[in-house]
Ligand binder design. Structure first.
Ligand code: NDP
Length: 285
């Protein structure tokens, strides 16, 4: 039986640590602030944004929610970001994805000040990550949460053979860089990777972020491997499932994350923790 990597338990621990840091900052007169920008009425985006807002407030942050209708123009969003960039009480700016097609998401990401880019998607921060610079910079919150899991569960990264499936800018690409910076040997696979199962069967650590429900089965995993399931898929019966067939893989894996209750809770805890990092770095807290 695999060790279950408990994302909820670790999230609670991270949130407690973050709260202590916030209390210290507040005692110095610094209240970390996050601005959440939500465009349109996509139900999932509304839930994600509301959860971030609620957690930020619970932990003692200033949290400002900016809601725009789905037909908002580019200029209005850019003007809002410009004002938030200049607002000293705001340490972190997050624009909830996906954006409507008429908006230029790249221009919007690039408009956020790199030192307030809590999603770690600005090219300046991505460049620092890829160059493995020794300075402070934010990184994408899902990979950050996964790195925290590895740390908590003493997963050895140095020299490990890691396969990451899914190469989005939010998950797979920053994951590749973080692991490589930690001296793992990383393969980043996508939909056109040939003989994927041959690769995954050799992985000491397998990270799956495709959005394809249960695509990884027992035959795809090495005995004792650490399996991290990022996928969130809603099944016809309304239940959530990951990209890994948990019941089939769990008896083979050495460690495994469940869905729900694995990577998801860590992403939001990482977002709030990283907001506090940004406040400390920018305001010398
Ligand atoms: P994207 O749709 O942006 O990217 C999916 C990636 O998976 C692409 O790189 C694609 O390859 C690859 N892929 C798709 N099908 C296959 C396949 N059959 N074999 C190999 N690779 C494949 O997704 P995201 O990264 O945004 O999200 C992935 C999943 O993770 C989703 O279920 C999402 O809901 C979830 N998620 C969960 C988070 C959490 O906090 N738990 C946070 C973010 C996402 P190619 O590049 O070749 O097209």
């Amino acid at each position: 039986m695999a060790i279950l990597i408990d994302g909820k338990k670790l999230r609670n621990k991270v949130n407690e640590q973050t709260k202590l840091r916030v209390d210290k900052l507040i005692a110095k007169g610094i209240k970390p602030g996050i601005a959440l920008i939500l465009v349109g009425d996509d139900p999932a985006s509304q839930i994600y944004t509301r959860n971030k807002h609620k957690l930020a407030e619970k932990i003692g942050l200033k949290s400002d929610l900016y809601r725009f209708p789905s037909d908002v123009n580019q200029e209005t969003v850019l003007d809002t970001i410009k004002n938030l960039n200049e607002d000293d009480e705001i340490d972190a700016i997050i624009v909830q994805e996906p954006l409507p097609d008429h908006l230029d998401g790249i221009a919007i990401t690039n408009a956020i000040r790199p030192d307030k880019d809590v999603d770690g998607l600005h090219p300046t921060n991505l460049g620092k990550l890829y160059a493995n610079q020794p300075s402070h910079y934010p990184v994408a919150c899902t990979p950050r949460g996964i790195m925290r899991m590895f740390d908590e569960y003493d997963v050895e990264l140095e020299g490990a053979n890691v396969v990451v499936i899914g190469r989005s800018i939010l998950v797979g690409r920053p994951m590749l860089a973080l692991l490589n910076n930690a001296n793992a040997t990383v393969t980043l696979a996508g939909s056109r990777t040939k003989n994927l199962s041959e690769l995954t069967k050799k992985a000491d650590i397998l990270i799956v972020a495709t959005g394809k429900a249960k695509m990884i089965g027992a035959d795809d995993v090495k005995k004792g491997a650490v399996v991290i399931d990022v996928g969130i898929n809603r099944m016809e019966n309304g239940k959530l499932t990951g990209d890994v067939d948990f019941d089939a893989v769990e008896p083979i894996a050495g460690m495994i994350t469940p869905v729900p209750g694995g990577v998801g809770p860590m992403t939001i805890a990482s977002l709030i923790a990283q907001t506090v990092d940004l406040a400390e770095w920018r305001r010398n807290g």
